[in-house]
Design a protein. Sequence first.
Length: 676
Amino acid sequence: MPDAAVPTSVPSSTLLANAIRALSMDAVEQAKSGHPGMPMGMAEIAVALWAQGNPHRHYRHNPANPAWPNRDRFVVSNGHGSMLHYALLHLSGYDLPMQELKQFRQLHSKTPGHPEVHVTPGVETTTGPLGQGISNAVGMALAEYLLASEFNRPGLPVVDHYTYVFLGDGCLMEGISHEVCSLAGALRLNKLIALYDDNGISIDGKVEGWFRDDTPKRFEAYGWNVITPVDGHDVAAVSAAIAQAKDSERPTLICCKTVIGKGSPNKAGSEDAHGSALGEKEIALTRAALGWQHPPFEIPAEVYAGFDARAAGQAAEQAWDELMARYAQQYPAEASELQRRWRGDLPANWQAAVQAYLQTCEDKKESIPTRKASLNALNAYAKVLPELLGGSADLTGSVYSQWSGATPLRAGQPGQHINYGVREFGMSAILNGIVLHGGFKPFGGTFLTFSDYSRNAIRMAALMKTPSMFLFTHDSIGLGEDGPTHQSVEHISSLRLIPNLDVWRPADTTESALAWAAALERKNGPSALCFSRQNTVFLNKTETMRNNIARGAYVLVEADKPQAVLIATGSEVGLALEAQQALAQQGVAVRVVSMPCTSVFDRQDAAYRAQVLPKGLPRVAIEAGVTDYWRKYVGLEGEVIGIDTFGESAPAGVLFKHFGLTPDKVVAAVKRVISV
């Protein structure tokens, strides 16, 4: 955008809105792909929130520093309308030059088809899967509330910002929106303001045939402040509604009645404007209808001046820096702690705490379920991690998500443990938002089989490279009598297929402690930690073995001139040890490898991988789940002891025998592979 943009008069809101429309339809037309309808329909709503000529200047941000901690957060939950966001970022002064708008939806541009965090400066989260943007926003608003409650002092509100969300009919139809908005209302997250693009149109046409919810009453039932009706094309009315929302003690939904594709003579108000370019002829007609006389991608200086947030953003951040300086003078320890947590750094005594707890594990040598080992690790680490934030989807007492001293979060009562209710998907997307906001290391827990409910949020965490942590227990048929509906068979292998997700399935207390440490230390991706309900045996390990756990796999039992390798995870490592001992008595020497995290092992150098799994040595893998995934390690000549059917309802011990997860079966498999 131009450097000098000082208007002689405040540009009209109509001009600013039409600039958004023009950029959006031109970029979509050039790409021959995209969604012009939402940006054209929400243009005035965007002006009300973003324009600097508005006396309220609602949206507080600094284009020169998109990572300013106390900025307001802005989320486009209806992410298909990404050109609206890109237009606003460009016009307000972010590092998003016009050339990038011209490269909309092209390879390696900063303007991908849907907004992507870490790709486009100023984008707070990756959206597109409808409903997840509003869910992330709930997490952001929750993080703001908790940080403000912990660090703010009288006259020193160092954490004080809003989270704004644009969303449409599609977001509200998605079930996840019910989960998260219900919880936001229960927690009274009053810094959350959602602006609903109520245009009555989706891809298939008028939504009245399949979406007849009374949305205002629905949100009132959640405990939200609802402002309706608002003319979404009246900038002053939308701005007044936002100002009113800021005075509420509850989250606010502003219902804005709009026309999709507004300005297009032949496509406005219909699904034809939703998801495809308007076409050259219709764009020419739209330009004439709007009175927009500029060629494609040309924006007059007065429009830039109306949106330019650089000076205001710099002043806002400077005022906050001065506030932080006063805060640091009066509360130096708290200021240092807050800054550390904004950076995402672990405390200075972190490694000492990990090593001390690992020694405790080695001293106690407990043979316990790994879900209990997980809780023990949380109890130890929470003492030095005030940023740890836990929670579960109504399974606190089963997944052991609440450590000693963690108080439950309630409306008006901040705490370290969140009772998400039976909302697995919402929980996972909310904690992604907490991570994106910064200041916490959150995790959410449920049974592994219910990872299916939250899978798309897990995938989004992996795509965004957010260090979200997903706690899963009851990791196999070992949970027993609850039967096949609750017994995970395919889930661990399925989760391992998600790029950039580290899936840990530890075998004992030490591996569990190191799995949590790895997840808490990770900065470039999420972790899924899978723990057992059934007992696991403590594994005697040398110091070298303990150090190698963090490499994803290690040699647990070595043999002189081994004839085969047994690879196992979780509770099945104990089974591998039993088989190894039985084989030794029969004169067959085998190596036992524990592989708690396949992806971490795969990232090791070739020399280490070959050291653990030498070429030419037959292999047998053992895991109480589907077998196909393990072919990448054992090859077609090796064998996999697992389960390729659903489970049954019976005690765990009975099930392991029924499905052939026994030492005898492993011994037989080893003998077969070494005789090939």
